[in-house]
Structures are given as C-alpha cells and as structure tokens.
Design a protein around this ligand. Sequence first.
Ligand SMILES: NC(=O)c1ccc[n+]([C@@H]2O[C@H](COP(=O)([O-])OP(=O)(O)OC[C@H]3O[C@@H](n4cnc5c(N)ncnc54)[C@H](OP(=O)(O)O)[C@@H]3O)[C@@H](O)[C@H]2O)c1
Length: 248
Amino acid sequence: MAQFSGKTVLVTGGTSGIGLATAQRFAAEGAHVVVTGRTQGRVDAAVAAIGDGATGVAADVTDSAALDRLAGVIGAHARGLDVIFANAGGGEFATLEDETPEHLSDTFNRNVGGTVFTVQKMLPLLNEGASIILAGSTAATRGVPAFGAYAASKAAIRSLSRTWAAELVGRRIRVNTVVPGPVETPGLKGLAPSGQEQDLLDGEAATVPMGRIGRPDEIASAVLFLASDQSSFMTGSEIYVDGGSGQV
Ligand SMILES: NC(=O)c1ccc[n+]([C@@H]2O[C@H](COP(=O)([O-])OP(=O)(O)OC[C@H]3O[C@@H](n4cnc5c(N)ncnc54)[C@H](OP(=O)(O)O)[C@@H]3O)[C@@H](O)[C@H]2O)c1
C-alpha cells in the first residue's frame, strides 16, 4: 500500500522548486495534497502537474485572512491534517550596509511570520500523531555575505521547531526541520542577475564537498522520511540535506 494513503498533507509554497517536488512525491505515495502559492494561476498549474489527489489554494502566508480560508478548505474535507510542510519562503541579497527596515521586515514576515501563522491556524485541524516539517537552510549556520536577513530568519525557524516540538508532544505531534544546502530551483536561480543564473549555480556547487548542488527531489526524500513513521523517534530535530556543505 502507498505510504501516505488516506493522509492529508499541506505543502505551502507547493507551486515551485522544493515544495512542488515534495507535493508530487506525497501524491505518488497516496496522500491527498493541498498546495499553496500566492497566485491562483500558479496554484492551478501545480495542481495539474501533481495530478490526482491534489487541491490548490491561493494563500499568501503573510495574509491572515488567506490562512483562515486555507484552514476552512482543509477543514471541509473533515479528515483533519496529518502533515504540514511549511516550505513557503525565500530571500534576496542585501549586505548589512544596504539593509533596510522594509527588506528586513518583509523577510521575517514571509519566512518567520508566515511559518508561525500557517502552523498556528492549522493547529485545530492536526490529527494526533501528525508531523510538522519546517524549511530551514544551511545559510542559518554559515556566514554567507549579503544573506544576513534570510539567514537570521532561518535560524529563527530552527529555534521555533524546538519550542513547538515541546509544546505539541502531548498531542503526539512531531516537529522537525529539513535543512537544505543549495538546491537547483527557480528560487535559487532568481537570486542571480538575469543571464548569470548558471554562474550562480556553478559558484554554489563549488562550495559543496560533493561538488554539485542538490535536486528538489533529494529534499523531498528527507521530508517524506520526517513525515512518516520511519522517523517516529525524532522531534525537535533537524536533517541536513546539503552535500556536506554545512558539515565537512
Ligand atoms: N533552493 C535552495 O537552495 C534552498 C536552500 C535552503 C532552503 N531553501 C528553502 O526552501 C524553501 C523553498 O525554496 P525553493 O528554492 O524551492 O523556492 P522557489 O522555487 O522560489 O519556491 C518558493 C515557493 O514558495 C512560495 N511562496 C513564496 N512566498 C510566499 C508567500 N508569501 N506566500 C505563499 N507562498 C509563497 C512560492 O509560490 P508563488 O511564487 O507561486 O507564490 C513557491 O511555491 C524556502 O523556504 C527556501 O528558503 C531553499
């Protein structure tokens, strides 16, 4: 039987990159997958790419009313929620010298606030034994020039996963963080000036002991592990999927 048959899985930021690849893997394993993104067109395209068993909801994670609507859609299925992959997020380069209040608060609203309020609004829907996986980054524990706001927001995510693991253990809900190194996605390529995407990917690959950057499906494998009973004795923890870049 498929590993996630009968389970309901929410993947925020499921229209692209790591989120889309993970949603496709959950659907292939029998889950009913709910994916989100900011625009209906991209959400509809993701649902079509995932195929049977997917529902799409346009919901910006920084918009409280949109998260309420998302909870309403999931609640209407009346099967609760078994997995949250709180993946929506991203960042842009800004050195300390160039940092602005607007950029700092936008980054934290999206990556930290978006994760906090996504999980908070879904709490009433979570079934006993559910698994929450947060999206960290190796940037949180490295000194990457011009990535300060993003890196700090991802350090906050790692911290929140420890607190929530302690708060939710009584409901047998596990909370863990997946920590990707550089992964080839539209989000990573979007950090490069137009026409210099390959240079950015090559530069990132050169920082990885394995000599290449990751594929979205390699992050998906770790997320499915954390979502499954295979990781039943893990909570408040993290898995690095980084080709050794944060380790060696
Ligand atoms: N790629 C990497 O190298 C890497 C490394 C470490 C960590 N990560 C983390 O992994 C996660 C996915 O990254 P990715 O590289 O796959 O990025 P991506 O290709 O840019 O995809 C980002 C996804 O998040 C959604 N999203 C962004 N802001 C949102 C918002 N405010 N509300 C709702 N959805 C939003 C996007 O949806 P729409 O654009 O359709 O709205 C898209 O589905 C992020 O948290 C990122 O920080 C990535």
